[in-house]
Design a protein around this ligand. Structure first.
Ligand code: CP
Length: 308
């Protein structure tokens, strides 16, 4: 693997290898062991052209636990504001001996463009990790979601997973769906209003539901998504109250799933819109575990890309 740009098309063995490697890093990510020298002398550049709390921070922690040097480019204070192009920025950073770029960008495809540019310039020792591009993909979120599901449910072969909310604009949903399919989850459901669910999902073998009671019946895993207003371009939206009334995950609705169902959310959460606080802070929520596992999963991705 030279770059991690998307989960789509990756073999099951590669996903499993990343999850197994992440499991072997748990004691380091949990700080029982402080650091390993797997990326000593390597420079990881965090390039977040779009805001982030979890992804940027856990990439930084993960790189530091692997002993890499981490440079967080402050995009607002960078010369991108003076009109420097994305690829000129990349060329200047590779002149500083970058070994890895972790890229988040509002434009779908930006990390692909960077990877293509590096390959065209025969910079095959520089790696690109997609940390979320537009509404397209968020592969490390998909992987940490799979790690979390495997941790709580042991294996994928008997699960029913429901992804709820604004699936249309969600890069997390797309990466999760590809990963769940590759790992052999037999039933993946999407629940949401028709305006926020892509009809292409059915072609991918996903069952679509517009009704929460039907969609949540007997599911093992619920993945909640927020309304991604920043990607809706003024489309006619349900109000927050309307959305919560029809699709908000409340204690009553959670009771329609299996009694041991887990509740996930990639964050950031909008309490009272897609999820009620009683559920977000309840015993079935594993939302903060997802964040913690993100460190081990990102350590695994970076160390595998770096050739370990
Ligand atoms: N899940 C996720 O991508 O969160 P951030 O936007 O905070 O990185």
């Amino acid at each position: 693997l030279q770059h991690l740009l998307t989960i789509e098309g990756l073999p099951c063995e590669v996903l499993t290898h990343i999850l197994d490697t992440a499991a072997s890093f748990l004691s380091i990510s949990d700080r029982e062991v402080k650091k390993v020298p797997l990326m000593r002398g390597k420079s990881v550049f965090n390039l977040f052209f779009e805001n982030s709390t979890r992804t940027r921070t856990t990439f930084e922690i993960a790189a530091k636990r692997l002993s890499a040097d981490v440079i967080n480019l402050n995009i607002d204070a960078s010369s991108a504001s003076k009109g420097e192009s994305l690829l000129d920025t990349i060329d200047n950073l590779r002149a500083m001996h970058a070994d890895m770029f972790v890229v988040r960008h509002a434009q779908s495809g930006a990390p692909f463009l960077i990877a293509q540019h590096l390959n065209a310039h025969k910079q095959r020792y520089i790696h690109v990790v997609n940390a979320g591009d537009g509404r397209h993909a968020h592969p490390t979120q998909g992987l940490l979601d799979m790690f979390t599901i495997r941790h709580y449910k042991q294996d994928f072969s008997n699960l029913t997973v429901a992804i709820v909310g604004d699936v249309l604009h969600s890069r997390v949903a797309r990466s999760d769906i590809h990963a769940l399919k590759i790992l052999g989850v037999p039933e993946v459901r999407v629940i949401g209003p028709r305006t926020l669910v892509s009809s292409h999902m059915e072609e991918m073998g996903i069952r679509l539901y517009t009704d929460m009671a039907q969609g949540l019946k007997d599911v093992d895993v619920i993945i909640m998504l927020r309304l991604q207003n920043e990607r809706m371009n003024g489309a006619l939206l349900p109000s927050a109250q309307e959305f919560f009334k029809n699709y908000g995950l409340t204690v009553e609705r959670l009771a329609m799933a299996k009694p041991d169902a887990i509740v996930m959310h990639p964050g950031p959460m909008n309490r009272g819109v897609e999820i009620d606080s009683a559920v977000a802070d309840g015993s079935q929520a594993v939302i903060l575990s997802q964040v913690t596992y993100g460190i081990a999963v990102r350590m695994a991705v970076m160390s595998i890309l770096a050739g370990n």
